[in-house]
Write a protein that binds this ligand. Structure first.
Ligand code: SF4
Length: 443
């Protein structure tokens, strides 16, 4: 059997790499780059038995377009899997895998409910084949590693806690365990010499066993030594012991800390009523005392009576928490089957037709009308500068009605550059120049 695996976007399709390893047990695999090339003719020439798509929501329509062009050229079975397919829970192609690829049946068309991915199934991603077929990914400065599948939290906007996922996984503990440390270390050894930074894509680095983390970090420091970027929440950061944080600091440069919103009602709307500005500030001070740099993250464009006022207050709160830090401000996106999707439907909000699901654009998913949509977009674009350089909200308000026009791209480029500079100060210029040559920059 021959499998074509279609890769979307600028970053490694990390989940697709584990799919590749699984499919390789059943035949030959080849990856195709749908970001920098139009892969239709190359896939048709390869003539696979199966064409596999694991698109994020933003790339789903592109995947369907490729599939339909291929169907005009030859017979094959399309397989859809990954986050979007799982969270939609409906038929997307000839076979739709809702859950893990590891239990799927290649002979059965339709929806296959396979259950959550277990950590022991994630032995090793098929990076050798991925780099062979799409060499630009070998040179990408940042690579991903995941150690825990699933997430402990239930944010209302997040596909990980959608209705379908909840029905599928329930509150099991099996998918909140770590992978085998040997597997992760050998994965890291494979990419060590062509990588400058690891993005640790666990949703919250402190989920799971803290003793595991201590053993893991010691091995990482001894055997790998690459700087890491991790993410966490205030509540779990505050539970981490000084011993763990002291050790972790030798491996981790920057911690992404989800603020998301400042108003308690907005946090509640986002399913994060357990958080508060006071806790986030405490976690920020605790982490920075160990020398971590922090990337503060927030979401604006919420379905509240005054979305612009809410956004401005969130930015002001980010400055109270950690002015001087890098900040990332995203426009709210609405994913299928989430609690928030239900909320906006129940409350007669309409979706913004201009929004493609790409957070880099700054465009909110909810249509608040041109004036507010533009303000939300401008606040997203300006937030990094405002928080990092502690600029007053008066300036932000004075700029929020401008028409960005051609400035949108350079502003996003500066933001991207500053994030890299914060994480990898000595290498930022080279990395940034290399990136500009090898990716479709989104803005
Ligand atoms: S913490 Fe992150 S992954 Fe987990 S539910 Fe919230 S947004 Fe989703």
């Amino acid at each position: 059997m021959k499998f074509a695996l279609v890769s979307f976007g600028n970053e490694e399709n990390y989940g697709l790499l584990f799919v590749g390893t699984e499919l390789h047990k059943h035949g030959e695999i080849r990856f195709f780059d749908a970001e920098m090339t139009d892969p239709v003719n190359d896939i048709a020439k390869y003539k696979p038995d199966y064409v596999c798509f694991s698109p994020m929501t933003i790339f789903y329509s592109k995947a369907k377009r490729i599939e339909s062009l291929l169907k005009q050229k030859f017979d094959f079975i399309s397989i859809y899997g990954g986050h979007h397919a799982t969270h939609c829970g409906e038929s997307l192609g000839d076979i739709t895998v809702v859950g893990s690829v590891h239990n799927m049946d290649f002979g059965q068309l339709g929806i296959q409910m396979t259950g959550p991915t277990r950590p022991e199934n994630l032995k090793s991603p098929a990076r050798a084949e991925y780099f062979r077929d799409i060499p630009r990914f070998r040179n990408r400065y940042r690579k991903f590693i995941l150690s825990v599948t699933g997430c402990f939290w239930s944010c209302t906007y997040c596909a990980s806690s959608s209705q379908v996922t909840r029905k599928l996984y329930g509150r099991t503990t099996s998918h909140l365990q770590h992978r085998d440390i040997d597997d992760i270390i050998s994965e890291a050894k494979f990419i060590k010499d062509c990588t400058e930074e690891i993005e640790w894509v666990d949703d919250d680095v402190f989920i799971g066993d803290h003793e595991w983390l201590k053993v893991f970090y010691q091995r990482w420091i001894d055997e790998i030594g690459l700087p890491m970027y991790v993410s966490t929440t205030s509540v779990n950061a505050l539970k981490a012991s000084p011993d763990l944080l002291g050790l972790m600091r030798k491996a981790v440069n920057v911690v992404g800390l989800g603020v998301q919103a400042i108003h308690p009602e907005s946090l509640k709307l986002l399913g994060r009523g357990w958080d508060s500005e006071a806790k986030i500030k405490e976690a920020y001070d605790y982490l920075t005392a160990f020398g971590f740099k922090i990337n503060l993250q927030c979401i604006i464009g919420l379905p509240v009576p005054d979305p612009v006022g809410d956004a401005l207050d969130t930015i002001e709160g980010m400055k109270r928490i950690g002015a001087g830090s890098i900040a990332s401000c995203y426009p709210l996106q609405i994913y299928p089957n989430t609690t928030l999707e239900q909320y906006i439907n129940n409350n007669a909000y309409t979706l913004n037709k201009e929004c493609t699901g790409d957070t880099n654009s700054g465009l909110p998913a909810i249509d608040f009308g041109p004036l507010i949509n533009n303000r939300i977009r401008n606040i997203c674009k300006l937030a990094t500068m405002v928080v990092k350089y502690n600029i007053s909200n008066q300036w932000l308000e004075s700029l929020m009605d401008i028409d960005l026009g051609v400035s949108s791209k350079p502003m996003s480029l500066v933001r991207y550059y500053e994030c890299i500079k914060d994480r990898l100060p000595d290498k930022a210029d080279k990395i940034f120049n290399d990136i500009m040559e090898g990716m479709n920059f989104r803005y």
